[in-house]
Every structure is written in C-alpha cells, then in structure tokens.
Ligand binder design. Sequence first.
Ligand code: CTP
Length: 433
Amino acid sequence: MKKVITYGTFDLFHQGHYNILKRARELGDYLVVGVTSESYDIERGKLNVQDSLLKRIENVRKTGFADEIIVEEYQGQKLNDITKYNIDLLVVGSDWRGKFDYLKNYCEVVYLERTKNISSTKLRSEGMIYRVGIVTDDAEDNEMVLESKYVSGLHVESVYSEDVFVAREFCDRYELDSYGTDYEQFLEGLDIIYIRSGLKNRADYIRKALERDKYVISDTPMALEPEEIRELFALAKAHQVVLVEKLTMVYLRAFTQLVWLTHGALVGDVVAVKCAISQDDFEGGKNFSETVSQALCACIKLLGKDYLEVKTNAVKSSDGCFIYDIITMKYLRALATIEIGTTVDVENELSIIGTRGRITVPGDWWNTGYFEAKIEGQEFLKRYSFNFEGNGLRYLLQELVIMIRDRRTECTRFFYEESETLAELLKIINQRG
Ligand code: CTP
C-alpha cells in the first residue's frame, strides 16, 4: 500500500485545496493530511488565519480524500510523521518547490502545480479592511507601518502631525495615501488611530478619536494623571470601542505562559519579582515613564493590582540628572523591585523568586520568547521557548482586528483596571525628588 502525506493550513477552504488533496490521494492508496495548529501558525508568523483548527479539519474531512487527519504542531514534525506513519510520498504545492528536498532521503517528494488565481491570502484580502491612521510628531516610524503588513485586514492609510513637514515626510517615506494637519479631517474614514505623539497632547488626541468612535492604540503612558486615564476608558466604553495601551509584552506567548505558570505556583508562592532594565537598551532609548511602564506592567501581571506601598530611590549625576533608580512595591506577601539604569549599564533581567524555586527571563525580557525555571528538588533547569516574529506589535494588531470583528469592548490582555493601577504607580514614581 502506497501511503501519501500532505500538509497545509487550509484556511477559508478553496478549490486549490480541493485539487491538491484530490491529486495527492490519486497518487497513492492512503492519504494522511496534516493541518497546522493555531499555535504553530502564530509561531511561524502566520497571523491572519481566520478559520479555527476544528473548522479547517472539518473542511478537509468533508472532501472525503483524507484517510487520516493529523495536526502539525511544530517545525520538524514532517520528518517524525514520515517515519511514524510509514509514508512513501510527500506531496506539496509548487510554492514550496525545493523546500522539502532534504526529506528525499526518507521518502519520495513531489511538488504539484498550484491551482491558478486562488489562495487563502487572496480570499482574506477580499474581506473587511480596517484603515489605520498614525498621529505622530516624529517622521520616524516605530514599526507600526512595517508590523501592520503581517496582519491581514489592516491598512495604514494616513498620518497626522501638527508639523506639516513631519506629516509629509512620514507619508512619503512610508508610502501612505495621505497626510494632514487638521485632526478632525484626518479622523474621517479611519477605523483605528495609533497615537504616538508626545505626552503633552496624547490624552487630547485619544479623547477626540474615541468621541468619533475610533478604536485607539496609544503609546504608554496614555496620560500622567490616573483620573484622566479613567475618563478615557469610560469614554471608550460609552462609545463601544476599545482603547489599547501599546504594551506588546502581554501579547507574547512566552510572557502569558510565564504569568500563567507563576500563578499556577510553578515556583511556589511568589516572594519577589525583580525587573531590571537598562534604559539605553530599551528599544533604542525611551523616556523614563515608558521604560518604567514595561516593568510596572510585568509586576502588575505577576503580583496583581493590590500593592500596599511604593518607594523610590534614585541616584543623580553631578549635573542633576537621574541616572539610576530603584523602585520597590510592597505587596502583602511579596516585594517587587524595579531597577532602571538610565545612563549606567544595568543587566536586563526579570526574575521571579518563589518559595520553591526561581524563574528567570534573561536579556530583553519585555520582548522575549524564552524563560527558564529552577525548581526545588529538580536537578535540571526547565526551559520554555516560543518562536515569535517581530517585536510583539503584530500580535497586538492581530488581536485588535479580532476585537473589532467580534465587537468586543475591552482588551482582556491588559484590563482597564490594570492600566489604571499602572497610571497610579507611575504618578507616584514620577514624583521622586
Ligand atoms: N495550494 C494549491 N493551490 C492553491 C493554493 C494552495 O495547490 N491555489 C496548495 C498549497 O501549495 C499547499 C496546500 O494547498 O500544498 C495547502 O496550502 P495553504 O497554505 O493552506 O493554502 P494557501 O491558499 O496557499 O494559503 P495562504 O494564502 O494563507 O498561504
């Protein structure tokens, strides 16, 4: 019996999928079809898949060509499957030509011509497109234009700046459709507004966009007064849109898994969370509030909103600038320590100390795919590793598209109440003398 295997995402099932399954089945006596899992697609940067895994499997099943359907969950699985299912022939579309030649030592590999003029990507692009506008006072993009290209259903269309030269330069450089200096006019026709202008006018721009029923992504912090942030969230709710803070960390799988395992007592009860950031390393040097917000976000996610007390200590240089800060937040049964080096070099690291061990995220922990745990009584480190592409922004954007499509009114990755706590803490910290 000749056993054939083929793989695919099979999103928005179309004629091309049907044809390749039919032809693959005709090339043998038994066909195994591998359908990619959601997490595998996310890991390899394929963020635009619309159908659930169950639906995609069901669509493959309905063709009647598959004798067996399996789930493709990780890179390198094909090799294992070929041995495990005793495969004689691997069939893939011609878009993969040459890519699987290395498997020829294990089975026959055939690339079949793709069906012309149809693909899941094409079908997705015919769906709803949400138009994005950027509010900035800097002609340099901090990756919004680039990252949005990985998320289907988004198109960055125009840019607004008070300074016409900045707006025009940004527009030309990133090949957008239009630019403007009249905010009300700029908002017209857009669905999502990304606000990255300076703190002075940030809250004002957010407010006006929300009043016009726009979804808003804002650089963090959105404002320095917690009361102002509370009002913005209330406004978003009243207009049934979502206001998202640009804290990309909470959209990364490694980080969500880390939080989940910590809450599940992987290292026992948490006694301390320590986050260290060298501000110069932080995405090319952000201001203090933006840097400290990342650390606060991690502490809030790991230890919760109910801190009891915050203390700050700082070292100033001879010319009066803050160069090193230690912030301590006391919780009922734990301490969070944030260490920030502004011109001095602090080693980036996040560590969680528990009663039964310790979790460490080495390096740039706010943008990580890796962490490790040393658990009491276990000889070896437990290592957790997740592939991801870009800097997390594309995952935030992907989630925003889903929020809009499903008409959700709150972001569940970082709840409004968590943002409000962050703003409260930031206010206290910024009062350091
Ligand atoms: N395929 C094909 N003809 C098409 C589209 C896909 O033969 N017009 C084949 C692919 O080569 C692959 C299988 O169908 O072997 C599953 O492809 P998949 O990546 O799921 O489909 P695409 O439509 O190519 O998806 P996307 O646009 O998301 O890449």
